[in-house]
Design a protein around this ligand. Sequence first.
Ligand SMILES: C[S@@+](CC[C@H](N)C(=O)[O-])C[C@H]1O[C@@H](n2cnc3c(N)ncnc32)[C@H](O)[C@@H]1O
Length: 230
Amino acid sequence: MNKGLQKIFGEIPETYELVNHILTLGTDIVVRKRMARQAAKDGGRRWLDVCSGTGETAVNLSKLAHNGTQIFAADFSGPMLQLAAAKPEAKNIRFVLADVGHLPFPDNSFDLITLSFATRNINTSRENLIKTISEFRRVLRPGGRYLNLETSQPRFGMVRRLMHLYVKLAVKPVGTRISGSKAGYAYLSETIPRFYSAEEFAEILTLAGFSEVTHRRMFLGIAALHKAVK
Ligand SMILES: C[S@@+](CC[C@H](N)C(=O)[O-])C[C@H]1O[C@@H](n2cnc3c(N)ncnc32)[C@H](O)[C@@H]1O
């Protein structure tokens, strides 16, 4: 368990969504909704959102779910999950306090797993990332889908440099100012430029045992949505 990271997320729940919306100029809302639409369209009765945080993705999924769909949301931060669970739109979501490296679910028990903007957090090393994604695969049923939404590396050098400059200049000062957490936004500004390109991350999904790995770039490649099938 990454205690340092767990502590960081325990410090920022109240301002977490506001900081994201400001720093991304609202585009995080757009890409989260796109992900939920794509995730929900293939149906299934048991869905799990991992590293769910304040539950934005789980809530988006719940709005698109057919009656009878069970939606679970897992995270290792009690304060983040408490905020999620207090949302009126979250009343049909079951919240589970767990490290996603060891999910408290049997093999083959979900039709869908989603993860938004937390892949950088479980990327403590490439090896550990592959191991954790293999754990997601374990709890998916054969044919089940994994959707991953994360910041990425734009292909065009100029766009990539501008993005990294923006992250360097804006993320830490704005995030720290609003949330009061220096560590949280220092961490965010360090992990975004270091994260994988869309192609590199697709390879990681394959190494974790997934097939039919596809991806779509969003907003000039600043974010990428990957889909993979067990
Ligand atoms: C950047 S937030 C993303 C939250 C949410 N998915 C979203 O789209 O806003 C990262 C979340 O991942 C959780 N997290 C990080 N590592 C984790 C782990 N190993 N097990 C469970 N939760 C983890 C943190 O507690 C935090 O709530």
